[in-house]
Design a protein around this ligand. Structure first.
Ligand SMILES: *Cc1c(COP(=O)(O)O)cnc(C)c1O
Length: 357
């Protein structure tokens, strides 16, 4: 077996023990005579898997009483529409912070259903910082939407904004990577394929008192209250992705849970930014206080050199370092499953590349 260090932004690297366990159980699970992929989602054995994954997630995330966790399909992108459809009301308005391309995507989608006020915007600075929230823009709005980690531009909210209205967060690229106080949020959503498990599963955490406010035209499948009442099973859930996420969460639990992995993540990010800051070849454009711990962007400032770096890195077993097409350069996505050794291998390679170029 030969595995590379995979710095892909999502779908992303998964913990090896989770993959190995899945391989062992692929053809037959727990004496059932069949694979998890072949089970009815209503069967006793599958419901046990489903419930265990949900409680393990709730425990790791610290989801308190008074909140409901949904396990759905559709990705974070489906929630870009579901959030306004569930929270805006018939003639509502909401505040959005435009901090990157996914934040803008969420904002544009919500604009189809209501009036959007932009409570912060860093597009003029090329999204290299987290905007300051203009609290005057929050009056009378149904909620404030933020993106806790901006996957493409490599920024992260260093602290949450104080919001008098429900705070709604797209946490796709840093959920479970650091501790968050769920009670600060009205709702949190995340596609699984960065920090939870494989693609196909989307998690929504919503404060119970916000359930039951959906607009009349909200599609049933996107209606959080209906999904809560139906146990996230209004239709077939992403059964296998949920099972796989469970194996990844078991692994996370063994790492000391979110607090345990957070200290590893802090060290990984520190190691990589230190190498960039000490280098004369590579640079990171992000305001230092707002740097992401999950997606580290860097560039030589020369597209051909960046390209040569990515190609040489791939030959050395460090793959998927090419930056997002809208920003170019490099991006190392170092989610939970990327070990510190992977980051050390990358920084050693960067130093070697700099010496030789
Ligand atoms: C990847 C990502 C998305 C898109 O997620 P899908 O599950 O593919 O819809 C949205 N928001 C953020 C912050 C992301 O990183």
């Amino acid at each position: 077996m030969s595995r590379v260090y995979n710095f892909a932004p999502g779908p992303a690297a998964l913990p090896l023990p989770a993959l190995e366990r899945a391989a062992k159980e692929l053809v037959e699970y727990g004496g059932a005579g069949m694979s998890v992929m072949e089970m009815s989602h209503r069967s006793k054995m599958y419901l046990e898997i489903f419930d265990r994954v949900k409680s393990r997630f709730n425990k790791l995330m610290g989801v308190p009483d008074g909140y409901t966790t949904l396990m759905l399909q559709g990705g974070a992108t489906a929630q870009f529409a579901a959030v306004p459809l569930n929270l805006l009301g018939e003639n509502g308005s909401a505040a959005y912070v435009n901090s990157g391309n996914f934040a803008r995507g969420a904002m544009n989608e919500a604009g189809k259903y209501g009036v959007i006020s932009v409570a912060g915007d860093s597009s003029d600075d090329g999204y290299t910082r987290i905007p300051i929230v203009d609290t005057d823009k929050l009056d009378g709005r149904a909620y404030l939407h933020i993106t806790t980690n901006n996957t493409v531009y490599g920024t992260r909210w260093p602290s949450l904004p104080d919001s008098p209205i429900p705070l709604v967060a797209d946490m796709s690229s840093n959920i479970l990577s650091e501790r968050y106080d769920v009670t600060r949020f009205g709702a949190i959503y995340a596609g699984a394929q960065k920090n939870i498990g494989p693609a196909g599963l989307t998690i929504v955490i919503v404060r119970d008192e916000l359930l039951g406010r959906a607009r009349r035209d909200c599609p049933l499948i996107m209606n959080w209250k209906a999904q809560a009442d139906g146990g996230s099973m209004l239709n077939t859930p992403p059964c296998y992705a949920i099972y796989m996420a469970g194996l990844c969460l078991d692994w996370l639990d063994e790492q000391g849970g979110v607090a345990g992995i957070e200290s590893v993540n802090v060290e990984k990010a520190r190691t990589l930014y230190e190498t960039i800051d000490e280098s004369k070849l590579f640079a990171n454009p992000v305001k230092p206080s707002d740097r992401s711990r999950m997606n580290v962007v860097f560039t030589t400032g020369d597209a051909d050199k960046d390209d040569a770096f990515c190609k040489a890195a791939a030959k050395a077993g460090l793959v998927n370092l090419k930056g997002h097409r809208v920003v170019g350069g490099m991006r190392a996505s170092i989610y939970n499953a990327m070990p510190l050794e992977g980051v050390r291998a990358l920084t050693a390679f960067m130093k070697k590349f700099e010496r030789e170029n």
